[in-house]
Write a protein of this length. Sequence first.
Length: 317
Amino acid sequence: MQRPIWLLSLDSDTFPAAPMTTGGLKAYYQELGKNPAQVDIQLVHFVNHPEKIPQWLEQWQKDELPRAREAIAAGLQPVMGFSVYTWNAAEFLDLMREVKALCPDILIVAGGPHVQKARDYLFSEAVDIIVLGEGEATFTDFLDAGSREAWHDVAGLAFVENGELVTTAERPRFRNLNELPSPLNVISLLDSEGEPYDCIAYETSRGCPYKCAFCEWGTGAIGTKMLSFSVERIRHDWNYIVDAGIKNMRDQTAHRPAQHLCDLLVEEARLALTGNRLAAASEQPAAALPPRAANPDAAGAGAVSSHQYGCQQVRAY
């Protein structure tokens, strides 16, 4: 059987969007992990509906808990990962405790800006492992680690061993962001009603020279040096997003002089910028990179959608 992995995300009530963060983890493992055919990574996205978490947990207990226990019996430890931000920390910490009570042998992994002070969570919450800094390579190496003893060799982890906090070697930052597989390869751009999300959060760069206390970037988890994706990569992704019917994009790195980037894109591609809203300006296809596959899960196992921008492996609530 496949090792079951669940990756959970929950947006703020003011900005419901597609699950780009957990999508990035899945895309990286599917492309660069050692055993992608041997794991079943499911994305569970609550959009901005924390009130639906109890309903999901009830269904998970009925449908997925038996599978988790079967995997444990087969020597495959299931994993549930959480993308933790300030706006979802309370709900997710509660959910971690409930899941751990139902299945003590499941591994609870947390990452994201809110949990970078690992000691605050590993000793008082139902968290087994915290991912420090950028998560894509760390999470992949963690999944590929053969045993708990091998966690020591995975850079960018924090966990408790014999009552002591263990922090492994610091994970070097990605210098060439284009090496990161796009989350758009694996996520659905359709919500639970089968309609395109109204908006999407998109990274054009990573890092920030500032450490503002009120900002999620202020943790310094990603680093202070700014690094950017190529214009070709951004153009390719933005064309795909617009084709899917999403009209609003938020640049997650708002300190970047985004107007200059948009000017380049408007000059060469078919995107027109009006305020924060992007609309199709022509019907010329993007040619910078190969077109995305109609089936975003072609490289993995599981159910697939016939819709170009849908993927049944993403469960939106």
